[in-house]
Structures are given as C-alpha cells and as structure tokens.
Write a protein that binds this ligand. Structure first.
Ligand SMILES: Cc1cc2nc3c(=O)[nH]c(=O)nc-3n(C[C@H](O)[C@H](O)[C@H](O)COP(=O)(O)OP(=O)(O)OC[C@H]3O[C@@H](n4cnc5c(N)ncnc54)[C@H](O)[C@@H]3O)c2cc1C
Ligand code: SF4
Length: 339
C-alpha cells in the first residue's frame, strides 16, 4: 500500500510552491501516462497535485503576432479538432489523431503529451535493469529485444525513443513551450525542450523541479497548403510509431522555398536536422532531392540487432511523406496509406 496526499490546486503559484517543497510530489493532468506508471510501480508520488482546475490553462487563443497559444490543459482532442488548428495547422491535427485512441485523446492534455515517458519495454518491467528508471543499473535494451528503440542520438546508457506524435508536429512547426516555476516564467524553444540520453537518461527534458508547463505557442506560419504526417506502426491504430515524419513545405511553383522535416520513433526526442532543411531550400521538389535530404537526416544512424530495419524505413518515410506534402489530398486525418 502506498499512501499519498492529494491536493487540488487552482492557483499555479501554490501548486509550484508545494511541488518545490515536497520531494516526491507530482502534478497530474489527464493522468493517462502517470497512472500507468504508478500502477506499474515505476513512480510512487507521495503528493499528487491535481492541476486540472487551474483557470486559464485550457484555452486555445490567438496571439498578437498571428500565432496561436495552446493551453497546457487543453485536451489533445479539443486541440486536434479546433477549427483554427484544422485550418491553419493541419499537421498538428493529423499528428494528434495518429496517436492513442479517441478516449485517451479526450483525457490527455497538451502539457502531459510533452512529458509522457518512453515506451521501452524494459522501462516498464521493474524486474529488469534500466538506467532511465534506476540510474546506474544498466540498459537491458542494448543487448536485448530492441525493435522499437532508437537509431539516432543514442548513448551507451540508453537507446529509448520518445513516443509522442504531437511533439513531432510541434518540432516541425518550431513551437515554444511556456513554463512557470519557482524563479518565474520562461519560454523554451521546442527543439531545446527534450534531451538526448547521454549519461543521464533518467532526465527526459530541461524542466526544473516544480516547473509547470502553462502553454505552447505556435508561430504564425502553419504551412497549411503543403504539410503531411506519416506514421508507420505495427498495427494501424492504437500503437506507437516505429517511424513517423512531419513534413512542412513552402513552394514557389516546383521550387522549395522552405522545408521542415521532423521525425518520431527514432530518437530520445523529435529529430530535426537543419542542414537537410537548408539543403532543400531553392531545390526542385523531386524524389531525388528528398532522398538526398533523407541521407543528411539519417547520417550517423546506428541500428541494433532487432531495429536496423528502421534506417531504410525512415529513409522511405521521409521521401514518401515529402511527396505526400506536395499533394495533401493524399491524406486522411489519422490514416496511413500503405507503404
Ligand atoms: C494506451 C495508450 C496509447 C497511447 N498511444 C499514443 C500514441 O500513439 N501517440 C502519442 O503521442 N501518445 C500516445 N499515448 C500517450 C498519451 O498521449 C499521453 O499519455 C498523454 O498525452 C499524457 O497527457 P496527460 O494529460 O494524461 O498526462 P499525465 O499522465 O497527467 O501526466 C504525464 C506527466 O506530465 C506531468 N504533467 C502533466 N501536465 C503537466 C504540466 N502542465 N506541467 C508540468 N507537468 C505536467 C505529470 O506530472 C506526469 O509526470 C498513449 C497513451 C496510452 C495510455
Ligand atoms: S533503452 Fe533506456 S529506457 Fe530502455 S532499458 Fe535501456 S536505459 Fe532503460
């Protein structure tokens, strides 16, 4: 039996102060990841701080610069189906709808989505060594069954992937994460929010103790005319990505004037290589050029005995998804055409 205290906080400053002064405190939003981790004994909060009633964190609203602010407590479902998201940021709608199930998306919040933990099998099995769950015990995945693991940015201490779909789209859109903490408010560029494992794989992101995600800002540019999300997985629904890609293109005729490509299922964070995006600038939108960009993105990829297939799969996903972005009518929300 694990005893814990439960506090419902409506005041962010009070919630933050309580989180800072209580070493084993955790916030709970939709609970769709936290409760699983708790049931599997991976986490054991002594103080559960329910943030769902904090006013102002649920809204999706326009920003003065023409961008959009997504409240941390807005649900994934409300975000995906919001008329301004569907119209101006369809990549976000497609990525969110490619994840989980409708019931889970109804509970899952935007802040919680950024903080969901890896789906590495060994992380969830408390009987096996895992540096992310218990630092210094070793990594069972490196010499074990590693089909779903990372091929980019890995370390000798951890080869886990970050499982979010929504975050792949947010990385491509160059969103900003707004947080409040004991030292005040700050904003973090999306690309800097999640970390690579290095020798501290138990730290997933740059949030400091007690910091609360308040909202996520989307820049004005949504690349609505030419964007595509493609997710390859073992089952066609209710499964995490083996490989996914969010591609955003801006075109002048056949010429690419701007490109963004972010990948999921391959690393400890959504993977973007600016050199590849720069390479595409000014080039024709052809399979050959997307293939060359794919080679740049996947440079240094390292497969393990069970997941080397991901390298070629990722290459094909990048090319295919870029071609799909040229003609968004090839996509249905949440659906994957066969490879
Ligand atoms: C069966 C299943 C299938 C899934 N499939 C997919 C999938 O295919 N693709 C995908 O992307 N996701 C998938 N998910 C993950 C789901 O999207 C996440 O569980 C969800 O987004 C987490 O949000 P939440 O509000 O429920 O977070 P919670 O579980 O409440 O919290 C998660 C973590 O975030 C912290 N937290 C929450 N909100 C804040 C905040 N505002 N500030 C600071 N800390 C906070 C909590 O303390 C906790 O540590 C799946 C989940 C399940 C259960
Ligand atoms: S890959 Fe990371 S999460 Fe998985 S067992 Fe190794 S250390 Fe743990």
């Amino acid at each position: 039996m694990n005893n814990f205290r439960y506090t419902h906080s409506r005041n962010p400053r009070e919630a933050i102060a309580l989180a800072v002064e209580t070493p084993d405190a955790q916030y709970v939003a939709g609970g769709t990841n936290l409760l699983d981790l708790w049931k599997y004994n991976i986490t054991r909060p002594g103080e559960l701080i329910d943030i769902n009633k904090i006013p102002g964190y649920h809204a999706i609203e326009r920003l003065p610069d023409g961008g959009l602010r997504l409240g941390a407590l807005a649900t994934n479902a409300d975000t995906a189906y919001h008329p301004m998201i569907e119209e101006r940021y369809p990549i976000l709608t497609r990525a969110i709808l490619a994840g989980a199930s409708q019931q889970i998306r109804n509970m899952a919040t935007n802040g919680g989505n950024l903080l969901q933990r890896t789906r590495c099998y060994y992380f969830y099995d408390v009987n096996t060594p895992c540096n992310k769950r218990e630092p210094g015990t070793g990594c069972s995945a490196i010499g074990g069954f590693n089909r779903i693991m990372a091929i980019l940015g890995t370390s000798e201490h951890c080869i886990a992937t970050f499982p979010s779909d929504m975050c792949v789209a947010l990385a491509a859109l160059k969103a900003t994460v707004n947080v409040s903490g004991p030292q005040g408010d700050r904003s973090i560029a999306f690309g800097d929010f999640h970390r690579l494992p290095g020798d501290t794989p138990h730290i997933d992101n740059v949030l400091q103790r007690g910091e609360l995600i308040t909202s996520i800002d989307l820049p004005p540019k949504g690349f609505a005319a030419n964007s595509s999300y493609l997710k390859i997985r073992d089952r066609n629904s209710y499964a995490f990505a083996l490989v996914s890609a969010a591609t955003l293109l801006e075109l002048d005729g056949d010429t690419i004037t701007e490109a963004r490509i972010a990948l999921g299922g391959l690393a400890h964070k959504p993977w973007r290589i600016e050199e590849a995006e720069e390479f595409l600038k000014g080039k024709s939108a052809t399979e050959e050029n997307f293939a060359a960009a794919a080679d740049l993105i996947l440079r240094g990829a390292k497969g393990y005995p069970w997941n080397s297939f991901k390298i070629e799969m990722a290459r094909r996903v990048i090319i295919r998804n870029s071609m799909m972005a040229l003609d968004p009518s090839t996509q249905l929300p949440g659906a994957n055409p066969p490879l």
